[in-house]
Write a protein that binds this ligand. Structure first.
Ligand SMILES: [Zn+2]
Length: 171
């Protein structure tokens, strides 16, 4: 006797994993400062690269970084991608822009969300600034910054991005 069977291509299985993240000294200090609304990187004593967030050492030189450098919440877009595919569990609905941003005073990028922008006009060298959550919601997390939004400032020339920290900013 033949039986017609429905083809099953996938099932949903709710699995939850609870992690205890050990931040380490550099990241713990960084997150403590983010909780106070400050972005503080570390400068390499050998090549002068300023890392944000700091990892406690320079990836290029392999030496410890200890000098702290407070950087601005204004950044330059180094690169970006427009996300069109929804990610399960992510409350942000596509399309949205994820960018590598280099903060003024640093020259290594970090990843964050861009918003309040026309996705089709986002470009390398564009100037952006953080939009922070209300202070009472600040925690030990980079999502104290909701997203970055475009600034009405001239673009940074492509050849200068990440080469020379943008100066003249005030925290
Ligand atoms: Zn270095």
């Amino acid at each position: 006797m033949s039986e017609e069977r429905e083809m099953i291509t996938g099932i949903e299985v709710p699995i939850y994993l609870k992690y205890h993240f050990t931040a380490g000294e550099a990241t713990a200090r960084f997150l403590s400062q983010v909780r106070q609304g400050k972005l503080v990187g570390q400068r390499c004593p050998s090549c002068n690269n300023v890392y944000l967030p700091p990892r406690g050492s320079c990836a290029a030189c392999g030496v410890a970084t200890t000098e702290e450098v407070e950087v601005a919440d204004k950044c330059t877009v180094e690169s970006f991608t427009i996300v069109y595919i929804p990610i399960p569990g992510n409350p942000i609905q596509p399309p949205y822009v994820i960018a590598n941003l280099i903060p003024d005073g640093a020259n290594i990028s970090f990843i964050h969300l861009l918003s309040e922008c026309d996705n089709d006009t986002v470009h390398r060298g564009q100037r952006v600034q953080a939009v922070w959550k209300p202070q009472e919601e600040w925690d030990y997390a980079m999502d104290n910054i909701r997203y970055f939004k475009p600034l009405d400032e001239p673009d940074v020339p492509s050849e200068s991005i990440g080469k020379v920290p943008v100066t003249g900013w005030e925290v």
